[in-house]
Design a protein around this ligand. Sequence first.
Ligand SMILES: [Ca+2]
Length: 210
Amino acid sequence: MKTAIISTLVLVLFIPLSAHANLLVNPSFESTGGWSTSSSGHWDMVASGDSGISTPYGDYMMKYSTTSNTLYTGFSQGMDASPNATYSISGYYNIPTELWHGYHTYAYIYYMAEGGTSPIKIESVGSFSDPTDGWMHFSASSTAPEEAVRAVLTVAVGVSGGYPDPLGEQVLYWDNLYFARDEVIPEASSITLLSIGIAGLVMFSRMKRS
Ligand SMILES: [Ca+2]
């Protein structure tokens, strides 16, 4: 009985609240849901094999393309966030060398407060300005500020070092994005409570025996 109670206490205190579950809907662009784009016609979900590029996962990927120097467009997805929680973000991007015209692509997170219309924190989690000759993996960590209740992951395109070459089509790809809350490590107060609980149980069983 005592062992069962202690085991339950240990389980309750040490089970992470969220064990690396991806909070994104449609993270690999295999369906049409989850994402919104700020400027239609520049971001599209395309099938593997587009411009000779195969996806790192699944059959589809997100493609940016322009022939008209249209910049600062992005795609994004929002989700609930918890104040002070730490999140892991990762994904894959691909900037084909032969189609590169000086653009860079970047990922950032907006944190919003309850009822807020403007972000209380904007954090860059990745900025990539070189052609890649293949898929590159990136990963980052971000902690939600106090009062954050919502996070919006945004991927966008801009210019690095002067205005881009207007000739030709700029193309780049993203796939397999990941946004998950890190495992919750028991706080010192929880460990103290657990210790007091165990001590109490030990004393209780000794009293019963005597
Ligand atoms: Ca995919």
